[in-house]
Design a protein around this ligand. Structure first.
Ligand SMILES: [Zn+2]
Length: 405
């Protein structure tokens, strides 16, 4: 069975099995923390939950301090916190490293930086404080070797909610680069991401009539229509195309009101697919289904908001050229390249960069439990992945200077 067709869970457990064996006798695990872990500790311990503006602002200051010795820093304020843009002084760089500093879970819930053998735990450590630390480690190394840094870094504050504020800034900055390397985490050393699912949010507004339950003969029951939609949408779930079919009922004003039939119900949902066709197919099915619901006095409306949406990503030809370089670099380091299929991965800033410039994603840490309170990274793999990113950046900066754009 080829790596490409092995189920993802089998690939990951095989990786972890080998990882335990190799980490057991690895001498680097015993001693003090290398500089990258020191930086990572500071980053992880600075809480930066999306939307927590005071924390986000504090985290932005910490990140600027980390990158200041190597870059000219420009800051773009947004209502969700500043976008931090680092460019090598006085020179054009071809590569843009893309990272985000917001996390789903704050330090108060996931805890701070904590090492346990080969595992390092902490809020947002894989997604993606480790990616930020990796970019800083690379810049540091170029400076030590007295070489020009071939990349800029952009770090956004709102990726976890679809980069609604930073996406236009990201796209504008990206236009002056030729290739993006996105530092999202993966599950094994060989994994990387070329395409991702798109995510479309939608609402269904249902208006009926609020009445006393004792007058049920009068009711135009919005909740009954909502129930029909929830059941029908849940049946559309298809793991091969990875539809997300959970719907949230809003408002929950019914709780405790046992003697009333709610007249207005809003359902919020999202659909995640690996292709534009599946996405459009879902909505034409949903429109059709809604039109078949006939409850007297109840009206239904499907609303798809414009902000916070992302289209599925398909891999362009130019990106494939860079992918081949990545595969060569991996093979050269004894790592088997393993491109993650689109339907296995949710949206990221890769989606936001579609049609702007070619990009490779999943170049950050090897980590588990993203968006949970028990998130951790593989410490040994962090060293391997940083080395890989270093080799890749070196190779690409040479290739890019010989390739015409
Ligand atoms: Zn992320």
């Amino acid at each position: 069975m080829s790596l490409r067709t092995t189920p993802v869970r089998a690939r990951v457990s095989e990786f972890l099995r080998r990882r335990t064996l190799s980490s057991a006798d690895n001498p680097t695990l015993g001693g003090g923390s290398p500089p990258i872990l020191k930086d990572l500790k500071v980053l992880v311990n600075t809480s930066s939950e999306t939307n927590a503006l005071a924390d986000i602002t504090r985290a932005a200051r910490v990140i600027k301090k980390l990158f200041k010795p190597f870059f000219e820093i420009r800051e773009y304020p947004t209502p969700l916190g500043p976008v931090i843009c680092c460019q090598p002084a006085g020179q054009a760089a071809p590569i843009l490293m893309v990272a985000h500093y917001d996390t789903v879970v704050p330090v108060s819930r996931a805890g701070g930086y904590r090492e346990e053998g080969n595992k390092v735990f902490g809020a947002g450590i894989s997604d993606m404080k480790a990616g930020i630390a990796m970019a800083a480690a690379l810049a540091k190394r170029y400076k030590i070797e007295g070489r020009a840094i071939p990349f800029g870094v952009i770090i956004v504050p709102d990726e976890e909610i679809g980069s609604p504020e930073s996406a236009p800034i990201l796209r504008t900055v990206a236009r002056s680069y030729r290739l993006a390397l996105i530092l999202e985490p993966v599950f094994t050393t060989g994994q990387y991401v070329m395409s991702r699912r798109g995510l479309t949010k939608y609402n269904i507004e249902i208006i009926g009539k609020t009445v006393h339950t004792g007058l049920s003969y009068e009711r135009a029951d919005a909740m009954l229509a909502a129930a029909q939609i929830i059941v029908a949408v849940s049946k559309r779930h298809d793991p091969q195309r990875y539809f997300s079919t959970n719907l949230v009922i809003d408002p929950l004003s019914l709780v405790g009101k046992i003697n009333a039939v709610e007249g207005r119900v809003k359902l919020s949902g999202e659909i995640r697919t690996g292709s534009e066709t599946d996405q459009q197919g879902f909505f034409s099915w949903l429109r059709e289904f809604i039109s078949t619901i006939r409850i007297e006095g109840v009206t239904l409306q499907l609303v798809v908001p414009e902000k916070g949406q992302s289209s599925p990503v398909t891999v362009g030809e130019t990106a494939q050229r860079y992918e081949r370089v990545l595969q060569e670099v991996m093979t050269g380091q004894g790592i088997a390249p393993d491109c993650v299929p689109a339907h296995e991965r949710g949206a990221s800033d890769l989606n936001r960069l579609t049609n702007v410039l070619p990009a490779i994603d999943g170049l950050g840490a090897v980590g588990f439990g993203a968006h949970s309170t028990t998130e951790w990274i593989d410490r040994l793999a962090l060293a391997e992945r940083t080395k890989l990113l270093w080799e890749l950046t070196n190779r690409l900066s040479i290739e890019l200077s010989s390739w015409s754009s």
